[in-house]
Design a protein around this ligand. Structure first.
Ligand SMILES: Nc1ncnc2c1ncn2[C@@H]1O[C@H](COP(=O)(O)OP(=O)(O)OP(=O)(O)O)[C@@H](O)[C@H]1O
Ligand SMILES: [Mg+2]
Length: 223
């Protein structure tokens, strides 16, 4: 059997922040490997470094030491920090939609930034696949929280990333809406074969991913 393709890998990731009491070591040495199409969850107490880790994995921040790489089709594993916005999709707790753009425009903007301006049909199809076919021209202020997060999921997928990084994607939603968004998120990544790294405080949601990790004392280990 051929080895499964690696879409995300990190070795020896370290990150400290300056604080009045001296350097705060958040990530001490994080190693991980995510394969094509699999879903993994990361739990850990507040302040344990989950968001910091996702930002390093996606190239939004730079590690003090260690390596973070993700798969860019046609190029293999590339350093995250030099390829921001290319190989991964992000879903944030607070949606991070552009308030003056409607749902369709929010999704299209991500394609345009990546140099793919002719993605309108694909953006519409993605919004339809997350159940928003009747909300294409609604502004974020005219959408519910769950609908905003569905737009954000469509936006994260428009550039066909091999992995999606989701940071507490249901953190701002009530229980029922959160469960529905989570069901949808797991469904769309499974359908598209996109790998998922899900940061969550929920044991229940974490249990639905293929593998479960915990971040504690700056180290990631199996839950
Ligand atoms: N830019 C920064 N400057 C200084 N300290 C920071 C910075 N970003 C994060 N930290 C600190 O690093 C630690 C880890 O933060 P992080 O946001 O990664 O935690 P988290 O696990 O995502 O927590 P939560 O579950 O509350 O979202 C926290 O103690 C935080 O205060
Ligand atoms: Mg966080």
């Amino acid at each position: 059997m051929p080895e499964p393709t690696i879409v995300l890998s990190a070795q020896g990731l370290q990150k400290s922040f300056a604080s009045p009491a001296g350097p705060l070591a958040v990530l001490r040495s994080v190693d991980l490997v995510v394969h094509a199409g699999e879903s993994v969850s990361i739990r850990g107490s507040s302040g344990s470094g989950k968001t910091t880790l996702l930002q390093l994995l996606g190239g939004l921040d730079v590690a003090d030491a260690g390596e973070a790489n993700f798969l860019l089709p046609g190029r293999g594993l590339v350093p995250a920090r030099k390829n921001l916005g290319k190989g991964v999709g992000f879903v944030f707790q607070n949606y991070q939609l552009m308030p003056e753009l409607n749902a369709l425009e929010n999704v299209l903007l991500a394609a345009q930034v990546a140099g793919r301006p002719a993605a309108a049909a694909e953006a519409q199809a993605l919004l339809e696949s997350v159940g928003l076919g009747s909300r294409l021209r609604h502004l974020p202020a005219q959408l519910s929280g769950g609908e905003c997060q569905r737009v954000a999921i469509a936006r994260a997928l428009i550039n066909r990333p091999s992995v999606l990084l989701a940071d507490e994607p249901t953190g701002n939603l009530d229980e029922a809406t959160g469960a529905e968004v989570m069901r949808l998120l797991l469904e769309v990544v499974a359908q598209r074969g996109t790998a998922l790294v899900l940061v969550t405080h929920s044991r229940e949601f974490a249990a639905r991913t293929d593998r479960q990790w915990v971040l504690s004392n700056g180290v990631l280990s199996p839950a």
